[in-house]
Design a protein. Structure first.
Length: 283
């Protein structure tokens, strides 16, 4: 009788040590994630469900672009500050400033939605409130990116922001007339050419659909079916181990939309089989 933790190819159980190593790998690539219980877990789950239902509604109905993109970013800011700790050592602990940052992030989006068309029309001449909300919003987006992806993305953004502000003092062909804070906030916060640009459009209309579909496959058992199907189809062929991993990665990775999650899911199952087939760690 085989254990329920054994691989489809009978390669033995996936040890707790392997699972912990896989979890560490995910955290190194995607940032430390807090796991809560009780009422807080219920709250986060409810927020995720509401976000999913909103995007499913937006996929079948007409939601204005100037509403869809800010609401999408608002959900992301709220969830990032609740789920991703400021530092890995604070994992599984919700600090008071995490709640404050999450609520302030929501407030910056509410300011957009309450402003309506007038908000977007005054992007060339933002008022004092727009500037305050805009600066806070940009800083929150940078902090959310740092928590979830590390320092590289915020550092690149800050480098380009410095270039925009310091243009008049740069030498030679690097010099330009420069931008002031009003112009930057008008573009980054009050138009569809900055933070609410093409990247957020793709995230709010396509990527989120793949993510919801991937979660559905995972929790419905379809992900395991893809793995079992790959083992059954390719396992008996010459070089079957390698082909099995390629096929299962294709079937599972496309819907899930996460390379790291696919690697961890398949790697913990397939590595013992690959090892027996003669593949080394660098193959």
């Amino acid at each position: 009788m085989t254990s329920s933790n054994e691989t489809p190819g009978g390669s033995g159980a996936v040890s707790d040590e392997r699972l912990r190593a896989a979890e560490r790998f995910v955290e190194e690539e995607e940032g430390a994630v807090s796991r809560f219980g009780g009422a807080l877990e219920t709250l986060i789950t409810a927020l995720l469900v509401i976000m999913s239902l909103f995007h499913l509604y937006a996929a079948v109905s007409i939601v204005p672009t100037m509403t869809l993109r800010p609401v999408h970013v608002g959900f992301m800011l709220l969830l990032v500050f609740l789920i991703y700790p400021a530092t890995p050592r604070l994992r599984n602990r919700l600090m008071w400033y995490d709640v404050v940052l999450a609520l302030v992030g929501v407030a910056t989006i509410v300011h957009i939605l309450m402003g309506g068309d007038d908000f977007w029309d005054r992007s060339t001449m933002p008022d004092r409130a727009d500037l305050v909300y805009g600066i806070v919003f940009v800083l929150l987006v940078l902090e959310a990116a740092r928590r979830s992806t590390g320092w590289i993305m915020p550092a690149v953004v800050l480098l380009f922001a410095a270039y925009a502000f310091l243009g008049p003092w740069l030498p030679g062909h690097w010099a330009h007339r420069g931008y002031d804070v009003e112009s930057m906030i008008g573009v980054m916060y009050m138009s569809l050419e900055g933070i609410f640009g093409t990247a957020i459009d793709v995230s709010a209309t396509l990527i989120i659909m793949f993510t919801i579909f991937g979660a559905f496959l995972q929790h419905s058992g379809a992900g395991k079916f893809f793995l079992d199907f790959s083992f059954a189809l390719m396992g008996g062929r010459r070089s079957g181990a390698g082909r099995t991993v390629v096929l299962s990665s294709f079937l599972l990775g496309g819907p899930s939309g996460s390379g790291v999650a696919t690697t961890v899911t398949i790697g913990t199952v397939a590595w013992p089989m690959l090892e027996r087939a003669g593949y080394d760690r660098n193959a």
